[in-house]
Design a protein around this ligand. Structure first.
Ligand code: 26M
Length: 819
């Protein structure tokens, strides 16, 4: 970026408003002003973006293509300004013409092309890649509709489409010159070539064009601007009604329907799949386009494909893009004319796989008939990969059917995408140490035994630029004051706070900042829900996707338990607490949706009970998303990270709370384990079963939640309150299925499969410790500061550096500004 010139910037905004809307500044709406400001900011980015692309063109550095069905970006305007280190200047310039940057930022739709953790991780990774100066492309889909907007109507979740492109998105750039054909369906005809080899000719297929849209990924203060490519689908031939015969006409209509439906909507499902054809088409669509683009770019500089692994690495974000393995093989063999062995050698050096879950239901499997019908040529290749792989297995384990059963790619009429990724990938990584250990020793044990060298851990991280610099400016200034500048690119710098954590003045300052952030959130809550909350109460926050394993149900049962105690002992000593929830449920996930309804009904009863003097408040924040998340983290005193041990692969929200000085109450799961190691036991509240204990119960089927229900009166009471009308205006049935979750034992769905009752007592006791600790303001402040001080490891900059060192082997690029 050239040096910021306030005058020119202001002039550009008024010109923009004039040219885009035929208005002057006074007439323009806030939304129009946002468009005008965003366009001016894009203009500031452009020189660096061009320069970065030029360096990449000239030096041809090895480049990572991060293939992901999801990028949960959040708003770009403020973040871009932060990374350009122009936030304060722009804010001031806008003030001069009577505009408020905050208000303008809030006009931007949240680009929500992702569900949750996995999509947000991809977005953090892009931010870190650019900020560290690595050559990278994110590759994804330009969904017309992103993650649905959530409304709460009478306590129930209602899904509303998210039309994020309605007014045009100012940061995207259409790149019609990058356009690739992607083929579906049809048949493969084999033809003998003169040299005796086979040609595979794909016929009668439907084709769509993938057209690139680029989004800039601005690095922090380094002039590097990487690119996120999101692919749009367009019909190949815009059909005209007259010039077609019947057959062509039908094909044209079908292809334009396919193009439209392909990119219509993000599947709003977290951790669960049900073999939807369109989903497979989406996967193949963006993977094929991305690989074609990478190869076209490579071929500008090389004639042979042999050096591809020196220039290109594809990181597959979960199993969703793992069809990349077969698509790369197809292109190398059918298009580039390589032999199978040559193609396999290249492919297996170019693709790497990240696993994000051990939950069996999330491991993608496609019925072979669907897969073969939609991708006939790709299926042939998968079949051949499988044939050879099964031979390898038999070679290594003669006569051992079990190994084939667990590792074969094609099995039981299904294509197992994780198995394909592991067989072909040169690297397989988990996302936290515990998770990787469980992969190695439990879920992917056989693969680990066969390919130990492929397995590695990359503990997740988060970007401090969005979640501290942008989301919590007050705390950011505090960190700068005590640690100096530089934490924006080296989060370990917050360690300097360790020496200050005992200082009462620093503690007081920290607590005042937290209080200001709580006021900001309280105002938002009041506006959105009408609920008034006490900023001197503990803000106890549980925000994440709604899933049974994340145990929002345990949290709300604990609230019910506390309310019972307070009703029984109105004079008891009680530290006021505000329980804050935010979560979207997959549209068809019944228990998840019922849990939202329960939270809202509990909130309704408790918030309106004047007899408890406002000591407990319960708030469900509608439409939890990246933009309000930034405010929520900043305001939290307590962070709920209470998944059933072994189920949460890593978690990343946990790290964002830590960064913002919240104390965690959590299980020894995912990255909580490593946070505990960093921050120390005095500064974190751990409870519950260990992963090994959970795995033991699952293996031996010897967990009996019914016994706990029968023997623990507190448990008995809260569970009965689910079916005695306490929270349902006398309706005994409303929460019956949640009650049944605890007690109905079926072989495929055991009672309380997420061990809520097993952990409940220990959760209660640990929450009591939290409350007692909060009374000691100085101790609390110290611990909160220690959380900020010890968060360094959890920067996504560290994570990305490890990917670079161990998997990608990239060199940094240097972009010099022209001025
Ligand atoms: C699958 C099929 C159809 C539609 C959607 C899906 C699907 C989408 C997202 C399945 C799983 C998805 O995400 C899994 C996920 O978000 N995993 C989380 O990844 C984070 C980043 O590594 C971890 O921190 C979380 O612990 C893990 O749950």
């Amino acid at each position: 970026m050239k040096a910021f010139n306030k005058k020119i910037f202001i002039k550009q905004i008024s010109d923009n408003v004039k040219n885009m809307y035929r208005k002057n500044l006074e007439e323009a709406s806030q939304e129009e002003l946002f468009q005008a400001v965003a366009d001016a900011v894009k203009n500031m980015i452009m020189d660096d973006w061009i320069a970065t692309q030029q360096v990449m063109e000239k030096d041809e550095p090895k480049t990572v293509y991060y293939l992901s069905m999801e990028f949960l970006l959040g708003r770009a305007l403020g973040n871009n300004l932060i990374n350009m280190t122009a936030y304060a200047q722009v804010k001031e310039a806008l003030e001069e013409i009577g505009l408020d940057l905050n208000t303008i930022e809030q006009q931007e739709p949240d680009p929500a092309l992702g569900n949750g953790g996995l999509g947000r991780l991809a977005a953090c990774f892009l931010d870190s890649l650019a900020s560290l100066g690595y050559p990278a492309y994110g590759c994804g889909i330009r969904y017309r509709y992103g993650m649905f907007k959530q409304q709460i109507v009478e306590g129930f979740q209602v899904e509303v489409p998210d039309n994020w492109l309605k007014n045009g998105y100012p940061f995207e750039m259409k790149r019609p010159e990058y356009c690739y054909e992607v083929r579906f369906g049809g048949h493969v005809r084999m033809e003998m070539r003169e040299d005796g080899n086979m040609d595979f000719i794909h016929e009668d297929y439907q084709a769509v064009n993938a057209v690139a849209y680029d989004l800039p990924i601005v690095g922090y203060n380094n002039h590097v601007v990487d690119t996120l490519i999101i692919w749009d689908a367009q019909p190949e031939v815009e059909f005209s009604l007259t010039s077609f015969n019947e057959g062509q006409y039908h094909k044209a209509v079908e292809e334009s329907n396919l193009a439209r439906t392909l990119v219509e909507v993000l599947y709003p499902n977290d951790e669960h799949i049900q073999g939807k054809e369109l989903r497979l088409k989406q996967q193949y669509f963006f993977v094929s386009a991305s690989i074609q683009r990478a190869i076209a770019k490579y071929k500008k500089h090389h004639r042979s494909l042999k050096q591809l692994p020196k220039k290109v690495v594809f990181q597959m974000n979960d199993t969703h893009p793992t069809v990349a393995v077969a698509e790369l093989m197809r292109i190398l063999i059918d298009v580039e004319g390589l032999s199978w062995d040559e193609a396999w050698k290249i492919t297996t050096q170019c693709v790497a796989y990240t696993n994000h879950t051990i939950m069996a239901e999330a491991l993608e499997k496609w019925p072979i008939d669907i897969f073969e019908r939609i991708l006939p040529r790709v299926y042939q290749i998968v079949d051949e990969i499988n044939r050879r792989f099964v031979l390898d297995i038999m070679d290594r384990y003669p006569g051992n059917e079990d190994k084939i059963r667990s590792m074969a790619i094609l099995y039981d009429g299904q294509v197992r995408m994780a198995n394909l990724a592991i067989a072909a990938g040169f690297s397989v990584n988990g996302v936290a140490r515990l998770h990787t250990e469980i992969l190695k020793n439990e879920s992917l044990k056989d693969f680990y035994e066969m390919f130990p060298e492929k397995f590695n851990n990359k503990t997740n991280g988060i970007t401090q630029r969005r979640f501290l610099a942008h989301g919590n400016p007050l705390l950011a200034d505090f960190v700068t004051k005590y640690c100096g500048k530089g934490w924006e690119t080296d989060l370990q710098k917050t360690r300097k706070l360790i020496a200050k954590a005992d200082d009462p003045k620093v503690q007081k300052e920290f607590m005042e900042i937290k209080r200001e952030n709580k006021k900001r959130l309280a105002k938002y809550i009041l506006e959105k829900t009408g609920i008034e909350v006490n900023v001197d109460s503990i803000f106890d926050v549980h925000v994440k996707r709604l899933h049974e394993y994340k145990r929002q149900l345990m949290n709300i049962l604990h609230v019910m338990y506390l309310y019972n105690r307070l009703k029984d002992n109105p004079d008891m000593d009680f530290v006021p607490r505000t329980f804050i929830f935010g979560a979207k449920a997959a549209a068809g996930y019944r228990n998840a949706k019922n849990t939202i309804k329960l939270i809202n009904n509990v909130a309704d009863v408790i918030n309106h009970d004047v007899s408890i003097g406002g000591k407990i408040k319960v708030v469900f924040i509608e439409d939890y998303k990246v933009s309000n998340a930034e405010w929520i983290y900043a305001a939290a005193d307590v962070s709920e990270q209470i998944s059933t041990a072994s189920k949460e692969a890593s978690g990343t929200g946990n790290m964002k709370f830590m960064l913002n000085g919240a104390l965690t109450i959590g299980t020894m799961d995912g990255a909580n384990v490593e946070m505990f190691e960093e921050v120390g036991e005095e500064n974190m509240f751990i409870f519950g079963l260990s992963a090994q204990e959970v795995i033991g119960f699952e293996r031996n089927h010897n967990y009996r939640p019914g016994d706990i229900y029968n023997n623990d009166p507190d448990v008995n009471r809260v569970l009965n309150q689910l079916i005695d009308g306490t929270y349902s205006h006398g309706d005994y049935e409303l929460f019956r299925s949640l009650y049944n979750y605890f007690l109905n034992d079926r072989p495929d769905n055991p009672a309380d499969r997420y061990f809520i009752l097993a952990d409940f007592r220990s959760y209660i006791q640990t929450q009591e410790k939290v409350a007692a600790y909060y009374r000691n303001r100085s101790a609390w402040a110290k611990s909160a500061i220690m959380n900020v001080a010890c968060v360094g490891k959890f920067s996504s900059d560290r994570t990305i550096q490890e990917y670079v060192d161990d998997i990608w082997h990239l060199e940094k690029i240097k972009v010099r500004t022209s001025l």
